[in-house]
Structures are given as C-alpha cells and as structure tokens.
Design a protein around this ligand. Structure first.
Ligand SMILES: [Zn+2]
Length: 387
C-alpha cells in the first residue's frame, strides 16, 4: 500500500484486510488521467458514496480532454483506441431502475449526464465484447456494478487492457450485507485491479455520522428495524423502493457500530453442522430445528442462541432481537444450506418443504433470484420456467 498521506492509513489497513494486493490509494477529486494506459480501476463504496458521480466526472473530464490537440491525442491513444473516448456499460437488468430518466442518462444524486451513443446495456461478458467490437476507437470503459456479471468478464477485461492499453473503471459494491467479499467475480476484480478509489458515505443511523463502508440489510416489520439474519439469502433481486414487508429487504449504509448482523454464531455453531449431518443422510436434527423455526420459535436453537448473545442490557440487544420478527426464518435457513452451502440436496429440499409445509412462494422467489433450479411443486415450477 502506498497511501497519499496518513489520513488514508485506516483505509489502507481495511483494504489490506480484504486481501488487496499492493495498490496506490488515491484521493477521489483529481481530474482523470487519460494518459496512463492499461489500468483497471476499482471504485468501491457503499450506496450513497458517489460511485456514479465519480463516473460522471470522468465523463465530464473526457469532454474537456477531447478538445485538446493532436499532441494530447498521441499521448492518450494506443492501437487506435483513444482513452479520452469514454463508454458506459450498464446491466440489462438495470433498465427499469431509472424510469424517470432518458435511456442514455447516467443519473447520480443531484443530476445526470446524457451519454448519447456511448452507453450500452449488456447481459454478460459476451455483451461487453460485442460493445467493444462495435467501438474499437473507445479507450476507456466504465462498467457499472461489474461484480454482478460472470467471472469471465474479469479475463476479458484483463486481455483487452493488456493488449490494447484500454482503461477499465469498475464502480461497484465489493462487500455484501455480511461484510464479506460479494462473490467470485468481485474477488477476481480485486485480484486484477491496478488502482482503487475507496469511497465512503455517512452512516445512515440517525445518531451517527461516521464515515462508513458497510452495506446493511434490514427488514421493516410493524415499524421496527429488523436486521437480516446472517443466513438470510445472499441474493435477493429487488428495486430501490423502501418496503414495509418482512420478505423484501431494505438497504442502507452503516458504520461498524450500527451494522447489526445477528445469528452469525448460530449459523456456524448449529445450522451448518445440521446441514452437514443432512449431507450424510441424517435429516432428523435439521428437520426438528426447521420445524421449531417454522412453528414454535421458542423451541428453536436459534432462539436459545439469541437469548445467550443478546440479553446483556446493551442498547443493541433489542434491535438484534428484532431479527426474529421476520417471516420465513425456516425457509431462509433451508435456502442457506441448499443454495450457498450445497449441504442439502434437491430431494431433501423438496421433502422438508413438503413435510413442514414451508412457504413455497418465498422459496421459489429466492431460488429464482439465486438462479437455482429446484422442483418444489409442478405448478410453481412452470411459473419459474416462464420467467
Ligand atoms: Zn453509525
């Protein structure tokens, strides 16, 4: 790590703890350098940290840089691609996220830029290659939320930046609500980055304005803030609207102190071992715990674990205990073992969902979000296939 000054040493330490290699840490407010080629720049931070604003600033800088003479063009061009030409890539899934703006708009808090032809919506890394084929003179590619694409994208990017000197900028979330690296694609982006701009946002807790880095997932139930349990499904596809619904999460940015993540001990001490026994063919322990979670929470090991951990009179105890107010806790536990840990088989999933009369609609939605096929019920299964 080569921090610009002492102020960045905390950030440097934090990034190192995430497994960043030796990188140069920048301040975010310099004008963009279109001269240095072959860079892969991560712009990481939680919601509200200004990642899109960063992108729009690169775009505005490019408008100025493009007015310069052939002398500058010579410095910013390799293999026919001029890095002052900026192109913005967004996920095809994001089309519905900005209904109030024109299709070519790069919208950020407080305004938007119109990019004309220099924006495309792609599905995957093949879509990126297609966009690059169509725009061979473009030297700077901004890929919004690159962690959400397939891992192949990282290698496409590496090849193009090494062979043609292209610059890639990745404004992206890097941590999930569990404070761990988002997924395998995020891990690869970290591995291949040459530069990083870490951005922070104010903690959104009303008592706090600490500079914060974490994404907090919570549910709103009867007006109460209910933190997501550690084993809550990792991927839940949804919009940005605030929800009063214990099936659909809300997100905000929180500091370490106000980022509640209850149930982590339970997940590793109890839930995973029950899944491991199921993987060996012994379903009884898991069946009993899921039954308790579904029908009588007070008999569950989860409730006992909470009583142990969140009962010492700390102000955070009440809010951590609120995590038990959400619906479908048994469904969430089963999904964790099936989707993320591969400890429960598809047939065990079917069997338990049937025996315990679990909420099939919830299970099917979350399986769809995770792009996992599972036959739970013929009528619902065909609904999944239609989507
Ligand atoms: Zn805080």
């Amino acid at each position: 790590m080569v921090p610009d000054d002492a102020f960045d040493s905390d950030t440097a330490f934090f990034l190192k703890s995430l497994g960043f290699p030796e990188l140069k840490i920048h301040h975010a407010f310099n004008h963009f350098d279109f001269v240095r080629s072959s860079r892969r720049i991560l712009v990481i931070g939680p919601m509200g940290s200004g990642k899109t604003e960063y992108s729009s600033r690169v775009w505005r800088d490019s408008r100025v840089a493009l007015t310069k003479s052939a002398v500058v063009a010579d410095q910013t061009t390799n293999s026919g691609a001029d890095r002052r030409r900026v192109f913005f890539i967004r996920s095809a899934l994001d089309r519905s996220r900005f209904p109030d703006y024109p299709d070519d708009a790069l919208a950020y808090r407080g305004g938007y830029e119109r990019l004309g032809e220099a924006i495309a919506h792609i599905e995957d890394s093949f879509g990126l290659e297609e966009a690059m084929r169509r725009n061979p003179q473009t030297g700077t590619w901004i890929i919004d939320e690159a962690s959400f694409y397939d891992e192949r994208l990282a290698y496409v990017v590496l090849r193009e930046s090494q062979q043609r000197g292209l610059i890639f900028i990745f404004p992206t979330l890097i941590l999930n609500f569990r404070k761990s690296i988002f997924n395998a694609s995020a891990r690869l982006l970290l591995d291949l980055a040459t530069d990083v701009f870490p951005l922070t946002a104010y903690c959104e807790h009303s008592d706090c304005m600490t500079d914060s880095f974490y994404t907090y997932r919570y549910y709103q139930v009867d007006g109460r803030e209910c933190p997501a349990l550690y084993f809550d499904p990792l991927i839940i596809v949804g919009g940005d609207a605030r929800r009063e619904d214990s099936r659909e999460p809300n997100y905000c940015t929180r500091c370490d102190l106000h980022h509640y993540l209850p149930g982590k001990e339970y997940t590793f001490l109890v839930l995973k071992p029950l899944g491991a026994a199921a993987a060996q063919g012994d379903l009884q322990g898991l069946r009993e715990e899921l039954h308790a979670l579904h029908a009588d929470l007070s008999a569950s090991q989860l409730q006992r674990s909470f009583a142990e951990h969140y009962n010492s009179g700390r102000p955070s105890d009440e809010i951590n205990n609120n995590a038990l107010r959400v619906a479908c806790i048994a469904e969430r536990a089963l999904l964790f073992l099936f989707v993320e840990e591969n400890l429960v088989s598809e047939s065990q999933m079917q069997q338990l969902a049937g025996e315990l009369d679990l909420d099939r609609d919830f299970l099917v939605r979350r399986l769809r979000d995770a792009r996992r096929a599972c036959r739970l019920d013929l009528s619902i299964d065909s609904a999944v296939l239609r989507d």
